[in-house]
Design a protein around this ligand. Structure first.
Ligand code: SAM
Length: 280
């Protein structure tokens, strides 16, 4: 029995179901259930919310979320080998865990969730970044979720919370600060995982703001920011030239010097630029 529930310890679960970690699926498991319960608490009050968990694996974080009182967890897992272990958790918490087998990038979870909703996940880095950008850039705001509590490589976490002018400032910082309050809630050494990854990790907690800090169309802002930072050493008039022959005028209309580089431009100015790009 573990300390947070009466299910077997995760090492035993992994051995019983033969869940040797697969690199291709980015599998680095958290086996310390006290730690997963702590991460679940970082997600906030769970008792009156549904939780979307992506990539539950053998279920460490899932068990943390349920033990901490989550009303209902929807867990989407790509690796079918994890199913029997997850079914055991569902049996221990009747009616509180729904499991979907599949790729989180292709599944719409909303059919299975009742607001208010929080998202919690320990995901492979590339899938995590792609999902984060999607969750931050829906057309309408507020989004379907109240908060995101996500594990990233520490370097990516630092990019998400970075301020303008810093080396880590870029697309992720801008999109995160535009519509959320992002902060690093916990850092973890490689040894916290089995097998240990090469680098440290961090849990980022993002709380959705009721409204974006500045008005802009999400798709335009995403495109402008991606182009600006893809060529971050170039002056903006060069990095953004494919946006049209009048890009210099639009930069000036947004109060940005065409010779500036992306890393010196504030979120407010990028939002003004997105509006200028959309103007007739
Ligand atoms: N949450 C578990 C934990 O903390 O121990 C597992 C974390 S492991 C880093 C990432 C998990 O995401 C793996 O179980 C992997 O199979 C799953 N995964 C990878 N790509 C996925 C995708 N596209 N959709 C859903 N799950 C995915």
């Amino acid at each position: 029995m573990s300390q947070i529930d009466d299910l077997p310890p995760l090492r035993e679960v992994i051995a019983t179901h033969n869940l040797s970690a697969r690199k291709a699926l980015g599998q680095n498991f958290l086996l310390d259930l006290n730690l997963t319960a702590k991460i679940a608490r970082l997600a906030g009050d769970l008792t009156a919310t549904d939780i979307l968990e992506i990539g539950p694996g053998p279920g460490g974080l899932t068990r943390g979320l349920l033990a901490e009182g989550a009303r209902h967890v929807l867990a989407i897992e790509k690796d079918p080998r994890c199913r029997p272990a997850l079914d055991e958790i569902a049996a221990r918490y009747p009616g509180r865990l729904t499991i979907i087998e599949g790729d989180a990038l292709e599944i719409d979870p909303l059919r299975h969730l009742t607001p208010p909703i929080r998202v919690a996940a320990n995901l492979p880095y590339n899938v995590g970044t792609e999902l984060l950008v999607r969750w931050l850039t829906p057309h309408d705001w507020p989004p379907f979720w109240q908060s995101l509590t996500l594990m990233f490589q520490r370097e990516v976490a630092e990019r998400i919370v970075a301020q303008p002018g810093s080396k880590a400032y870029g697309r992720l910082s801008l999109l995160a600060h535009w519509r959320t309050e992002p902060r690093i809630a916990l850092t973890l050494p490689p040894e916290a995982f089995t097998p240990p990854p090469k680098v440290s990790s961090a849990v980022v907690h993002l709380t959705a703001l009721p409204e974006p800090r500045y008005p802009a169309n999400a798709k335009t802002l995403e495109r402008v920011v991606a182009m600006a930072f893809n060529q971050r050493r170039k002056m903006l008039r060069a990095a953004l030239k494919s946006l049209g022959p009048d890009i210099e005028d639009r930069l000036i209309a947004a109060g940005i010097k065409p010779t500036d580089r992306a890393e010196t431009v504030s979120l407010e100015a990028f939002c003004a630029l997105a509006r200028a790009v959309d103007a007739p």
